[in-house]
Design a protein around this ligand. Sequence first.
Ligand SMILES: Cc1cc2nc3c(=O)[nH]c(=O)nc-3n(C[C@H](O)[C@H](O)[C@H](O)COP(=O)(O)OP(=O)(O)OC[C@H]3O[C@@H](n4cnc5c(N)ncnc54)[C@H](O)[C@@H]3O)c2cc1C
Length: 519
Amino acid sequence: MAQSGATDHVAPWDRQTHVAALRSADVDVLVVGGGASGAGVALDALSRGLTVALVDRQDFMAGTSSRSTKLIHGGVRYLEQAVKSFDVGKYQLVKEALAERKRMLNMAPHLAWPLTLITPVKGWLGIPYYYVGLWLYERLSGSERLGKAGIESKSSIQRACPTLKLDQLKGGVSYMDGQFDDARFGVSMVRSAIEQGAHALNYTSVDELIKDDHGRVCGAHCTDHIGGEALTINARVVVNCTGPWTDHLRHMADPDAESLMSVSSGIHVAFDKDMLPEGHGILVPETDDGRVLFILPWLGKTIVGTTDQQAELTDDPVATDEEIDYIIKHVNEWLDESLSREEISATYSGLRPLVKQPGAESTSQLSRDHVILNENGLMTLTGGKWTTWRRMAEDLMDQLVAANPELQAGACGTHDLRLPGADGDKQAAEAAIKGLPDDIAAHLWEAYGDRAHVVLKQGTTDRLVANLPYIQAELNWAVSYEGACLIDDILYRRMRVGMLDEAGTNALRSEAEAALKAA
Ligand SMILES: Cc1cc2nc3c(=O)[nH]c(=O)nc-3n(C[C@H](O)[C@H](O)[C@H](O)COP(=O)(O)OP(=O)(O)OC[C@H]3O[C@@H](n4cnc5c(N)ncnc54)[C@H](O)[C@@H]3O)c2cc1C
């Protein structure tokens, strides 16, 4: 697999070059949708030597992929279901996801890291129950294991989360999973694809699919909503990675296609207060209505989530009062010091692409939690989870290559991929951030890894807003090197302040606006 280039020479992300290349293009694979699935398919196709175009109607990662719980996990819940129902398929799924968990941590250690999670337990029997389950979860990871499951005393739980109601607990069980910066990880995947030769455009919608004389999908008419241009992209195969919008694209190809998708919303609530001084997360094992809740440290704040509510499909889902109340009510049942609405620093909502049972004639893989379809040349990849993007893309591309032998594609080469920021000059980056205020240095490393020194060359280290670690150089970097077109691209998916801190976001808005005007 081509690596992203261990050098100071990082080429700008020049939108006009990509527009020019895609104005009238001919590629092997056109990927529609620049979330985790689409960026993953683009990387996989490139690793097999194919030419790739990737378009998204919104910003890259603006869909579900920037709105997750930020866990890289095998799914403890899945394992519980697998054991209870003797379901070998589900067990296999957890095992595969745990292997992918380790790969993601290796791919970009600055954007993905191990996290200790503690499950507080109310009944004595719960302790052996959760311990055995979490021990099995660790064992399933084999050599990819991140740490050992352990039994936690009430005092260690109190140290991890001093506001938990201790008197109702018997103890707890700890285990390890991964955590990541979902949007930055995804933008880095797109950046990596570009560095490997893909053409990628955000704010470019597929409006109509092109079909050949046999009715087979062979490209798309698109609109670049920034420049207002019409683009025609011819492709040997078009891949539908539109997440919650999967049916829209399928219906462009065939208005009579059976609808597959429904969506449910999941929200998260961010709090300024430091509830987790040791940096461990809490997995609340059961709410009244049988769900799990996470209380997680993330980029200096605490996030609590999530919900699961039938929802309408929309580009910009927002947390409703009802959903916020749900989170506060259920988390407070576990806390001595109740959280209040006034302490919320931000909320965000994401839509789960849920897949109904597809028709019997489809090529879907029901043993997995993702679904692959091949309908008249339009291949669809949907469902699954962030953690398994690489495996999902590999599965899709294996089927795509088998169905299109004329492409003469090689084997998948993403197993040992390293993303930008994890393949460069670590020493140069460390030297460049040395001497900066601690919070700025830590932020630069966590966001840009071993490209931090290149980011610093784009401007000054002046803080954009007092008390926040974001600096002026980052604005130029986001616009010129990370494909940001609009203010929210910077605030929500390059800097992440939008997901966490509404007041900080408002304070930064005018600075981001100025950077975009100057670009
Ligand atoms: C609340 C919540 C929490 C989650 N937490 C986790 C977690 O902790 N760990 C985990 O592993 N997974 C998690 N997931 C699941 C994970 O986030 C999703 O599986 C994943 O992000 C889906 O990615 P996607 O690329 O399929 O879809 P999306 O990210 O939604 O991408 C689809 C893209 O297609 C684009 N698009 C749509 N129509 C068009 C068109 N006509 N032309 C061009 N572009 C188009 C959209 O703009 C969008 O950007 C969570 C999901 C939710 C909802």
